[in-house]
Design a binder for this molecule. Structure first.
Ligand code: ATP
Length: 265
């Protein structure tokens, strides 16, 4: 099932009075459980494409559908809900809230809209999908990693259950010892791993990751990439932009972005 459908998508910017396409007639479909990478030199439109997918930018022409919804056609409330519940976004820049601890930053998406998120009763939540979808499929398991892709606990809306899930994610990314720290006390790579935990908190159907291994050493890169692979195997569609050759060994398909044009790598 297609989770992300990009159709003939173009976004122009104007520089020194002349318009140019930063994203140029891009087509891309990502199904449930697929892990797709986009590579390409700096300034070739990769971040612009991700910002169009998450609705932070509007297209000049073309459409983006996420889980069947045309991004841009939704009202503010439904767009906020789609961003919070359906999409997980690991941005390039640090976006953790400075006045919250690491643990509270990770839990935040689950309590943000004031309604149950990572529970087992909301048909829109990915947790239901993970729990019920294709029971014949056996996700790849890794004995070295905590089970962060397991179905949500039945009563996962309680503070305890949210805390447990957040701690499990931090543990999987090997930053659980930082749970009570504040963002200013973290290194760039630690902040990146906390951001990944936060993006996975609501079990998104679509995970967007802009250079998720950007500040990481080889060991941390392997930890992050195994977790993203495991997340895809459990049913999440993953779209990652990367400059990291080590990351490409984990993906199903790789595309190249060259002056806004997307081609198979
Ligand atoms: N708001 C804007 N106004 C004008 N031009 C912009 C704007 N945002 C981005 N651009 C231009 O669009 C092009 C694509 O930028 P984008 O950030 O998408 O590239 P990128 O491939 O993600 O680069 P990097 O790998 O360095 O992050 C660049 O030439 C950039 O200068």
């Amino acid at each position: 099932m297609a989770i992300l459908e990009i159709h003939d998508l173009t976004r122009e910017f104007t520089r020194r009075g002349s318009a140019f396409p930063a994203v140029d007639h891009v087509n891309l479909t990502i199904d449930t459980g697929e892990f797709v990478a986009i590579v390409g030199r700096s300034g070739n439109g990769k971040s612009t494409l991700l910002n169009l997918v998450t609705g932070l930018l509007s297209p000049t022409s073309g459409t983006v559908r996420v889980d069947g919804h045309v991004v841009g056609s939704l009202n503010d409330r439904d767009m906020a809900r789609l961003r919070n519940r359906t999409i997980g976004f690991v941005t390039q820049s640090a976006t953790l809230l400075a006045n919250l601890t690491v643990l509270d930053n990770v839990i935040l998406p689950a309590v943000m809209l004031g309604e149950p998120a990572a529970d087992g009763n909301d048909d829109d939540t990915p947790s239901v999908r993970h729990a019920t979808q294709d029971t014949t499929a056996t996700p790849a398991t890794d004995p070295d990693m905590p089970d962060v892709i397991a179905p949500a606990e039945a009563d996962a809306t309680t503070e305890d259950a949210l805390t447990r899930r957040a701690r499990t994610l931090l543990d999987a990314l090997q930053v659980s010892d930082l749970a009570d720290c504040y963002p200013k006390e973290l290194s760039g790579g630690e902040m990146r791993r906390v951001s990944i935990a936060r993006a996975l908190m609501n079990r998104p159907k679509l995970l967007i990751a802009d250079e998720p291994t950007g500040d990481l050493d080889a060991d941390s890169t392997a930890i992050v990439m195994r977790l993203l692979r495991q997340t895809a195997d459990a049913g999440t569609a993953v779209l990652m932009v990367t400059h990291d050759p080590d990351a490409l060994g984990y993906v199903d398909r790789t595309y190249r972005m060259d002056r806004g044009v997307l081609t198979t790598a």
